[in-house]
Design a protein around this ligand. Structure first.
Ligand code: NCD
Length: 386
């Protein structure tokens, strides 16, 4: 197997379907130069049919979704949380990897907008009988869903499926590639708590190598004008990360200096194919967020984590639960609002669809290979020793 060279898919362990396009260096990001002042979003029509990644979005696209997300935060804080904008439409959740927050929040988001929501039980589905990914998609397509939310352990799988179905597709995380709604919900959380993201110093710390959250966040925060820092042991820093438009650090204290926001990441063991760290203890000692390390960030710095957290491995419990500094539960709340915004925006863009165009050939290329979907539920990180 040839290793990927793209910064979006660096790891040969996930090289199962195809190489997703590389994240362009910051200077080449899709950032329309004309948007300098206060862009008017009133007349802006979100031009995309699917949400496959942050890559390919521009600042107006992102801000349009965040504005609508803001409105849904307010609705979600009311006693009655229904908006009928997806009345009569069908949303299908197709999660080939375990998920609590993302799957749950897409379900809630769809229901609050009035859609009929079906979450496919993958564990008991035909996938387990050897059906190819594309056959599964074609079958679902024939049921005429309007929105398909997909999580898959292979980078590029969601894009592949988006070409085979007639409905709007939302990437809920593909391998180590992208997790666009996580980046959007993180941006909404920061915007609401800190204000304008432009000029903020934001550190993303931990297992960057295996993190689709980091990739989508670097892209999103760069477009919104933040100074992004990546802090990780050398073994968990992707080769080529220096081209992502972020500053790279191996030392937490140096990287956190003066930061407004500190995002912690889980060690994603299910994607590790070898020894990356000597031990969990040593990892926490050098890269786990505790009060002393956090004291190098701004005194007002906020702490974030996409979840699931491994307390005592990448983050000290007291910080995760800190009443004023931790935004972790707020991120979950923003997740529902942002997903409502995404679903509504894509549903509006949907062309009048006919039945499956029948273009897909159900070949083995779409087979869900490499589905090492092991989940880490326990607190230990089970790192291998050298
Ligand atoms: C993240 C993911 O699945 O990539 N979690 C999430 O969506 N809430 C991060 C992780 O699994 O560590």
């Amino acid at each position: 197997m040839t290793p990927h060279t793209s910064p979006f898919c660096h790891s040969p362990i996930r090289a199962t379907l195809f190489t997703p396009p590389a994240l362009p260096p910051r200077s080449a990001c899709d950032m329309p130069p004309e948007i300098t002042g206060d862009p008017s979003m009133a007349d802006y029509a979100f031009p995309h049919r699917h949400l496959l990644g942050i890559e390919g979005l521009n600042r107006l696209d992102i801000e349009t979704l965040l504005e609508l997300g803001d409105k849904y935060v307010e609705l979600n804080r009311q006693r009655v949380k229904h908006a009928g904008t997806l009345n009569g439409q069908t949303l299908v959740n197709l999660f080939f990897e375990n998920s609590t927050r993302t799957q749950g929040s897409f379900e809630i988001a769809g229901r609050r907008l009035g859609a009929d929501v079906v979450t496919m039980p993958i564990a008991t589905s035909s996938v387990k009988k050897g059906e190819t990914l594309i056959d599964t998609a074609m079958t679902l397509n024939a049921m005429r869903p309007d929105l398909l939310v997909i999580r898959h352990p292979s980078s590029g799988a969601v894009k592949l499926l988006s070409r085979k179905v007639d409905c709007a597709v939302i990437n809920a995380g593909d391998g180590t590639h992208e997790h666009p709604t996580q980046a959007l919900l993180d941006a909404l959380t920061i915007r609401r708590r800190v204000g304008d993201i432009g000029g903020l110093k934001i550190a993303i710390c931990g297992d960057i190598l295996h993190s689709r959250v980091a990739r989508s966040n670097v892209a999103c925060l760069n477009i919104l004008g933040a100074e992004v820092r990546l802090i990780a042991p050398r073994t968990l820093t992707p080769p080529g990360a220096a081209d992502w438009g972020a500053k790279i650090f191996t030392d937490m204290r140096a990287g956190l200096k003066g930061c407004d926001v500190v995002m912690m990441l889980r060690l994603q063991q299910e994607r590790m194919d070898g020894a990356y760290l000597p031990s969990a203890r040593e990892y926490f000692h050098f890269w786990g967020l505790d009060e002393e390390k956090l004291s190098h960030a701004k005194p007002t710095a906020f702490v974030m984590h996409p979840g699931p957290m491994n307390r005592g491995v990448e983050i000290e419990s007291g910080i995760a639960d800190h009443k004023t500094r931790s935004l972790i539960t707020e991120q979950v709340e923003m997740g529902v609002a942002v997903r409502m915004a995404v679903l509504e925006t894509l549903a509006k863009n949907a062309p009048e669809i006919g039945l499956a165009t029948g273009t897909a050939t159900a070949t083995a290329t779409g087979t869900a290979t490499g589905t090492t979907t092991g989940t880490t539920t326990g607190p230990g990180i089970g790192v291998k020793t050298r």
